[in-house]
Design a protein around this ligand. Structure first.
Ligand code: FES
Length: 110
């Protein structure tokens, strides 16, 4: 990570923003993207050119699961994750709606 990337993550959660700053780890690579609040987290990741795992895009299969390490999202629907999974911080990116202005997710560890 270079200093320019680091400085992009210094926004606070004090005011709502049109975009959520996302730090994501996938296949041991850390990426920083902006998530337009009008689209799903999965779509934002795919739009950024990151080949994140996905299949149904409806919250049915669990292929897009990752761990939310920082920040907050809301799942529009969820037919896969148990309460225990949710307590562990697991989320489905295809049905994730933003709550906080910054999040950190990890596909590699959960
Ligand atoms: S892609 Fe199937 S649950 Fe998200």
């Amino acid at each position: 990570m270079n200093l320019d990337e680091e400085s992009k993550t210094t926004e606070t959660d004090a005011e709502p923003s049109d975009c959520v700053l996302v730090s994501l780890t996938l296949n041991e690579t850390i990426s920083k993207i902006r998530w337009d609040r009008k689209i799903s987290l999965l779509d934002a990741i795919l739009d950024a050119g990151i080949a994140a795992p996905h299949s149904c895009c409806r919250g049915n299969c669990g292929t897009c699961v990752c761990k939310l390490e920082k920040g907050e999202v809301r799942l529009r629907r969820n037919f896969i994750l148990s309460e225990a999974h949710l307590q562990q911080g697991l989320i489905l990116t295809c049905v994730a709606a933003p709550v906080s202005n910054t999040i950190k997710i990890n596909y590699d560890e959960f």
